[in-house]
Design a protein around this ligand. Structure first.
Ligand SMILES: C[S@@+](CC[C@H](N)C(=O)[O-])C[C@H]1O[C@@H](n2cnc3c(N)ncnc32)[C@H](O)[C@@H]1O
Length: 476
């Protein structure tokens, strides 16, 4: 029944690309309605508009109109399937259905107040974990804390079988509905906490977007993990390696306390010290605890007194751990006997859909050679899409060429800086000539010192290599 309903929705244009176009949003972006009244006015009056108003935006429609756009499916069938509800002569969505990439994801409608077991539609953190998940074909996969099923279903497109777990039974019901609507039969739902439902099992790919918020509250299962401090992120990160097959990958999105001294390694690296994994951590700018407390209590902002009290409560709780700032980031681990290589990056720009592929390249560089193995003899190539930004800045009455910054848009958000003199060589990387050969050619053309250019180019190329933004020619 839900499979047929999914087909009806897609045939009516209920897809992320069609609705994005109609609502004047960027095509290909996951759909995130922010303003129902504006969206409603953009939708028009056809069948798709009625479906989107009821199932996405949370409005009702008269029963006759619903019957018209849902035929040949019956309203009663859809009520029995948990999709619709009746209130007098009006039909409402009993759930919200969000088109996300090529999926239809079921979550709870946004009507307030939210129940403790409220299941969220995919939002920014879901998107971030989606971006950091490598999209190579795998056998068995695991998604811990599946919610609407977003990660499990995205992975189900490139895995033979996916196990999705949650402590919230409603989340598992909605994930089953999401899978049926999306026409996927390889997602298995299991109830239980963290790794309990998969004790003793290993997977090729494991992902988790836990309720990682460091919170003194326990109001919502999607937000408040119930562990003290950053203990939930630690529990997930440290237990995950035991469930990853040799050569497999795990990705966790989480929050952790930032050490006051910038030289101290990111906490997740310590949690994985003897885990037999190569690890890459990529994190956003840290937030101070006041900003963090304010952001996670924004739902109270209309009531200044309640909002202020919640902020004070949270700040006192966080300060109790000695915390000044909190990091949000993605931890990627690859299981390998005896592995213990690590690397940490701070994002300079927002991540995008190919972050997982870039991190996989970085993980590969952790094992094949230390970064200082990039030398004059290295032959390197730049992958498609790498961007170079360079600015001119006024200094003592003239414009001076500034440091160059390399980024890979729509990937892991990492930026690498290089001195202007190194660019002569970096811009000429062609997968054929070595760094030393290029430095010698540049020296002849520019009158600069060949050894100095080579040394600057090797240093910059090593940083780019470590960040997955140049590759060895034989791999290109
Ligand atoms: C932030 S939501 C993530 C939902 C979805 N995976 C996504 O990426 O949007 C966290 C999910 O973890 C579930 N959860 C909370 N505590 C859990 C636990 N101890 N074990 C497993 N799942 C848990 C919540 O019910 C919720 O569905």
């Amino acid at each position: 029944m839900l499979e047929r309903f999914g087909e009806l929705l897609r045939a009516a244009g209920y897809t992320s690309s069609e609705l994005a176009a109609r609502l004047d949003m960027v095509l290909g972006e996951p759909f995130a309605p922010v303003s129902a009244p504006v969206h409603s006015r953009r939708l028009g009056e056809d069948a798709l508009a009625t479906l989107a108003r009821v199932l996405l935006l949370g409005y009702s429609t008269p029963r006759d109109r619903a019957a018209e756009v849902l035929a040949p499916l019956g309203i009663d069938e859809l009520i029995a399937a948990g999709v619709l509800r009746l209130d007098g002569a009006d039909v409402w969505g009993a759930v919200r259905i969000t088109p996300y990439e090529d999926l239809l994801l079921v979550s709870d409608p946004d009507a307030q107040p939210w129940a403790e077991d409220h299941v969220l539609a995919p939002g920014p953190t879901a998107r971030a974990l989606d971006h950091f998940t490598p999209r190579t074909p795998v056998g068995r996969a695991l998604d811990i804390g599946t919610g609407s099923g977003v990660q499990a279903l995205r992975i189900a497109r490139h895995a033979d079988h996916v196990v999705a777990t949650d402590t919230n039974a409603r989340a598992l019901d909605l994930t089953r509905m999401s899978a049926q609507l999306s026409g996927l039969a390889n997602v298995e739902c299991r109830h239980g906490s963290l790794f309990e439902p998969v004790a003793g099992e290993e997977f090729d790919l494991v992902v988790c977007n836990p309720p990682f918020v460091i919170s003194p509250r326990s109001d919502y299962s999607y937000r408040d993990g119930g562990f003290p401090g950053d203990g939930l992120t630690e529990a997930v990160v440290s237990a995950m390696p035991a469930h990853i097959r040799d050569g497999g990958t795990g990705v966790v999105l989480g929050n952790w306390f930032v050490a006051p001294d910038a030289a101290t390694p990111d906490r997740p690296l310590g949690w994985l010290e003897r885990a037999g994994c190569d690890v890459v951590v990529v994190h956003y700018d840290s937030e101070d605890i006041l900003e963090y407390a304010a952001r996670w209590n924004e739902e109270l902002a209309a009531d200044g007194t309640a909002y202020g009290a919640a902020i004070d409560d949270w700040v006192a709780y966080l300060a109790g751990f000695g915390a000044e700032a909190i990091a949000t980031g993605a931890v990627t681990m690859r299981r390998r006997a005896g592995a213990s290589n690590t690397r940490s990056f701070q994002m300079a720009v927002r991540p995008g859909p190919t972050a997982g592929a870039q991190v996989a390249r970085i993980v590969a560089t952790l094992t094949d050679a230390p970064v200082d193995a990039i030398a004059g003899a290295s032959v390197l190539k730049v992958p498609d899409g790498v961007l170079l930004d360079q600015r001119l800045g006024a200094q003592n009455g003239e414009f001076v060429v500034g440091t160059a910054q390399f980024t890979l848009p729509q990937a892991a958000g990492i930026a690498v800086e290089a001195q202007p003199a190194a660019l002569h060589v970096l811009l000429a990387l062609d997968g054929e000539r070595s760094l030393a050969d290029l430095a010698a050619e540049v020296a002849v053309e520019t009158d600069l010192d060949a050894a100095e250019i080579e040394s600057l180019a090797v240093r910059a190329a090593a940083d780019l290599y470590a960040a997955g933004m140049v590759v060895r020619a034989e791999r290109a």
